[in-house]
Design a protein around this ligand. Structure first.
Ligand code: PLP
Length: 404
């Protein structure tokens, strides 16, 4: 049974105060909080078996290696990847996307087309712009409508045999839209294009089955799923990962090195140069264990209740407008109040102990689309409560009265 009161006991940080008020943490789309089950795994690593992996014959190194590879297996199972070596440990979604964008430099030619959705995080725009500058490939945008839904009829028209790559987020960080990625992937494959899905915002809310989706690449960050910062995953189909050249050179990623020539290690090590975030990888596995124990279905159902209630209550505030009203959306609410700058609302909420994000949320093209400087974004997790939604709504009302 899902019991939010019990779940909150797992998160030490939720007990703290900010500016003399109980913390109401509603910036989960930026970073989720960490339960003690994961903090304990981090402490255990540094207290008991901190060592470099894949290299040592000694016991600590072996233990650390086993736990790190065990975490890779957990991640493989979670996303139902066919093989453990299709899971590459990275520093996060941004790093994962850069591995693919860099690798495609040798597979893309001048005049080829790459498609991006209009609602991407900068992490899923800039690496592809850099790719297009390097190669002469043409970057085209799948537009969205006022609700923040992709215009799939235009997508159909943009696809052609020139399309080599399509990249899109599973869920938008600024709007909460859940994109129809099954359809996006199938249609891209019909013209022979590869697809990268940025799963950074989806991973905290649902489980993507990469084989069922038939997706070519899927990227996530551990810090959005109750894990630590500085670690994440790139899933890639074996056939693609074998085609792509390594992103970084260094230790761990080689088979043999002479001054004349280097040959590269097999997957996944080819893409894991240098000493990785060993503890982070192990804690990433523990974070998925923690969330799976609660259950993603229960998480999604509860977060949907929070979303519906918060949407209803916020819309009672005169002059408040929500950006991102897609039919399929997750627990993210981006809003503004007529005549008030989002930053001012965020600053007043902070004084009340309420953490929200303000600004363009690393998605400036979305703000340009709506012709706004930014929004206030409240993003809810499974450890938030209905009472916290009430505190948010009261805080926004108070900010509005102070600022207008
Ligand atoms: N993509 C999306 C949709 C995101 O929301 C984020 C982070 O907010 C990123 C990519 C970048 O993630 P990271 O900074 O962990 O690499």
């Amino acid at each position: 049974m899902f019991n939010v009161k019990e779940i909150r006991k797992d998160f030490p940080i939720l007990k703290r105060e900010v500016n003399g008020k109980p913390l109401v943490y509603l910036d989960n789309a930026a970073t989720s909080q960490t339960p003690k089950q994961v903090i304990d795994v981090i402490t255990d690593y540094y207290q008991n078996y901190n060592a470099n992996i894949h290299r040592g014959v000694h016991a600590l190194s072996q233990e650390a290696t086993d736990k790190y590879e065990e975490a890779r297996n957990k991640i493989q199972q979670h996303f139902n990847a066919a093989k453990a070596h299709e899971i590459i440990f990275t520093s996060g979604t941004t790093h994962s996307i850069n591995i693919v964008a860099n690798g495609f430099s040798s597979l893309i030619q001048k005049g080829d087309e790459i498609l991006v959705s209009a609602m991407e995080h900068h992490s899923n725009i800039v690496p592809w712009q850099m790719l297009s500058e390097r190669t002469g490939a043409v970057l085209k945008v799948i537009p969205m409508n006022q609700k923040g839904e992709l215009q799939m009829d235009v997508y159909d028209k943009l696809l052609s045999d020139k399309t080599k790559l399509v990249f899109c987020n599973h869920i938008s960080n600024a709007l909460g839209t859940i994109n129809p990625i099954e359809e996006i992937i199938t249609k891209a494959h019909n013209v022979g294009a590869a697809v990268l899905i940025d799963g950074a915002q989806a991973a905290p809310h649902l489980v993507a089955d990469v084989q069922k989706l038939d997706v070519d690449f899927y990227a996530i960050s551990a810090h959005k799923v109750c894990g630590p910062t500085g670690v994440g995953m790139l899933y890639g189909k074996e056939k693609w990962l074998n085609k792509l050249p390594p992103y970084q050179g260094g230790g761990e990623m080689i088979a043999e090195v002479t001054f004349e020539k280097t040959t590269y290690a097999n997957l996944p090590h080819k893409f894991e140069a240098g000493t990785p975030n060993i503890c982070g990888g192990i804690a990433f596995g523990a974070a998925l264990d923690y969330m799976n124990k609660i259950g993603f279905e229960a998480i999604a159902n509860y977060e949907y209740e929070l979303l519906e209630y918060a949407t209803e209550e916020l819309l009672k505030i005169d002059g408040l407008k929500i950006y991102g009203t897609a039919k399929n959306k997750t627990s993210v609410i981006s809003f503004n109040i007529d005549g008030v700058h989002p930053y001012d609302i965020g600053s007043i909420l902070d004084k009340l102990g309420i953490a929200v994000r303000t600004g363009h949320h690393c998605a400036q093209p979305i703000m340009d689309f709506y012709k706004i400087p930014g929004t206030v974004r409240a993003s809810f997790s499974f450890y938030n409560t209905i009472e916290e939604v009430d505190v948010l709504v009261a805080g926004v009302n108070r900010a509005k009265n102070m600022l207008l």
